[in-house]
Design a protein around this ligand. Sequence first.
Ligand code: PLP
Length: 390
Amino acid sequence: MADLGAGGRASDESIPLARPVLGEAEERAVLEVLRSGQLSLGPRLEQFEGAFAARVGARLACAVSSGTAGLHLALRAVGVGEGDEVITSPFSFVASANAALFERARPVFADIDPVTLNLDPDAAAAAVSGRTRALLPVHIFGYPADMPAFEALADARGLAIVEDACEALGAVHADGVAVGGRGHPAVFGFYANKQLTTGEGGMVTLAQPALKQLIDSERNQGRAPDMGWLDHDRLGFNYRLSDIACALGIAQLGRLDAMLAERARVAACYREALSGIDGLQLPCADTNGDRRGWFVFVVQLPHGADRDETVRALAAAGIQSKPYLPAIHLMSFYRERFGHREGEFPVCEDVAARSLALPFFPQMSEGQVARVATELRAALERVRQEAVAH
Ligand SMILES: Cc1ncc(COP(=O)(O)O)c(C=O)c1O
């Protein structure tokens, strides 16, 4: 298993997009649960919830089986239902919009800020209608969304807020509150590429005990805490997180600060190694006191650069990269269901057409970053020269 601080690799070794940091603490934690015989709904569940809530400064937390499950339950908890509209970002992972559809509500997209790549509060305000029930800002790529602006909008129009913080563990707002600590339900994801992983998993942080009780029940088939084994007083789901996963999560929390610091180190290496490439846009620097919780390193290629060819060139050099993220409204399901077309959200579409995720993980060495930068420079130059020649 990889450890923090692992050194550089042979130059011909392939470099993956992401790689979790797992070690003896995780092995021990999982083995303990296996030996205890209580693999689900055991003591690790509450321990993980308590430790996670404390970590982000939230009053309460509910562990769930995935970020998607958390978004679904959080939207239900704030009252989103059939016919409602939920305003969200088209530049996100598809789950943030899908979660509204699970409840027969409609995700209504608004364009993004070209610098932070987060939902633009003015565009969101313009999209509010009589049917709007909730705002669902996404802290994309770990950069804090402008929550004070969304909170003002929600107050003025009587809307609920659910935050998609799946990519944002470790991020902090300018007012010093960590992402997930503001009180509205905020949803984190623990898939293997995230800042903290439980393999699959998620967490909803929140402030209201009544909402926690509702989410705890709905993740467990609608069972009330004081009810008998097979009595259910509402519709529910199986969105539970096993004690094995919770134990992994607790162990990962123990190394979170170190992993976040390593991610920030790798990001700083990239920033230096990629400086001066004409037209290449790097992730925005922290501004006005907001602090990113580093999740991915996504660049925007220069206008006119051939992204597919760049991906192929990097792959030929043993370097994984991925167009990330595609615009949700232009996915075939969303086009067919809602009639979305190109041109609706020009900032998002421009960003989505040029975005490329580069390898990014805590153990990445300076040498690996340098190799990616060298190959990317060369690929962009080749592609540019070929375009000129044609
Ligand atoms: C922004 C965003 N929202 C939602 C999700 C869904 O989380 P999960 O994969 O845990 O269901 C992800 C995860 O990839 C994400 O990045």
